[in-house]
Design a protein around this ligand. Sequence first.
Ligand code: UD1
Ligand code: CA
Length: 453
Amino acid sequence: MSQLNVVILAAGQGKRMRSRLPKVLQPLAGRPLIAHVIATARAMKPARICVVCGHGGDQVPQAVKADDLVLVKQQPQLGTGHALAQALPHLKASGITLVLYGDVPLIGEETLAAMIAGGGDRLTVLTAELDDPTGYGRIMRNRRGSVEAIVEEKDASVAQRNLHEVNTGIIALPTARLEGWLSRLTNRNAQREYYLTDVVALALADRIAVSTVKARANWEVLGVNSKQQLAQLERLYQSQAAARLMDAGVTLADPARLDVRGGLVCGTDVRIDVNCLFEGEVKLADHIEIGANCVLRDVEVGPGTRIEPFTFIDAAKIGANCRVGPYARIRPGTRLAEDVHIGNFVEVKAAEIGARSKANHLSYVGDATVGRDVNIGAGTITCNYDGAAKHRTVIEDDVHIGSDVQLVAPVTVAKGVTIGAGTTIWKDTPPGGLVINAKTQEHRTDWKRPQKK
Ligand code: UD1
Ligand code: CA
């Protein structure tokens, strides 16, 4: 295999997105469009990846910068041929240069591999047959079926506009020829641009073979020019993600009602109900059920656990055989051991909770270390914040906390303590026994309810 350069063109503006965010930074599946292209480029293991930036100032370079990328600026943007010329000084001199678009995010590795498989001294254009070719450059072929030229729509005759085979823009070129060809491009066309597509004619003049490859699927070559197209590609991406999960044995209640914005890795017999969103890196072990309407971001879940509907888990590790939710909020830094139950309207933050412990109703457990076999009653709150700093609450093994208890941190409740309902724990307790606050209860029989006038 000869040496490979990948150049990603991303200098264009994308007016039709009607956004201050440059087009290639608009998110698809939670990542900028161009991040998908860069990931695919990396998978090809090229000697160089060069990104041509332009519009949007420093936003694109800032968002994509990485050690293995060469970022070049194209200013002003004088066309796709001019864009590639900016990258030229940074390319490895031999082998093949593959040109990708920052706004064509779903292009697949296999399709690109097919384009460069011929290797060496040839030009390969990725084409597609489109029912509606509007806006694309058309592929002109001679009677023998060989490519003769690519004609931009704005330069095309009525007859040429009727051609349905289009240029996707993705092209593989012999690097050694680039300098000569790019320097011969002119901007004598309807858009006064230096068209990369004109290299086809130059290649033929130089007796270099020009061939075409069709994408494995038409959706791979779809570009994003508007929010509508962005939404369409998002659905395409998500249906692929769902298909891959089902191929791997995951049961989806409805593949059309699942969103994966990142990596979702599942063990065997994972069942996911409708309207779940997975962000970042999520790992689900075997025999897990995720109820409807859950959001999991950067989460690891152990085997046998059930996440009940409407639960939001962010940057946490959930052990085996736990039950979380419905309506639970698990915040960053939470670690649940095995057989933990976290119930409805319970918020847990930066807390470690030991095996078999339970907080089933309406509690806040934050900045806490909770031992094994602890029962946290309804309405219990760790008062972790004194207005200036956060403090930790330690609840040792086998503590039973009644309803509506406040634990004023920093505080430690030692092993085996039982805390009565409504108690405010404001100092450390020794192990065992019952802790309550002295309280009185009055009953005023002479009291009258205020009456409405
Ligand atoms: C280009 C092709 C057309 C093809 C279409 C596919 C040319 C002349 N035309 O047309 O045959 O059917 O793509 O979508 O190549 N870009 C730069 N710098 C520039 C101009 C463009 O970096 O000066 C980048 C854009 O950011 C974009 C890509 O190149 O990622 C394509 O640019 P765009 O303006 O969309 O090209 P089209 O005119 O649509
Ligand atoms: Ca375009």
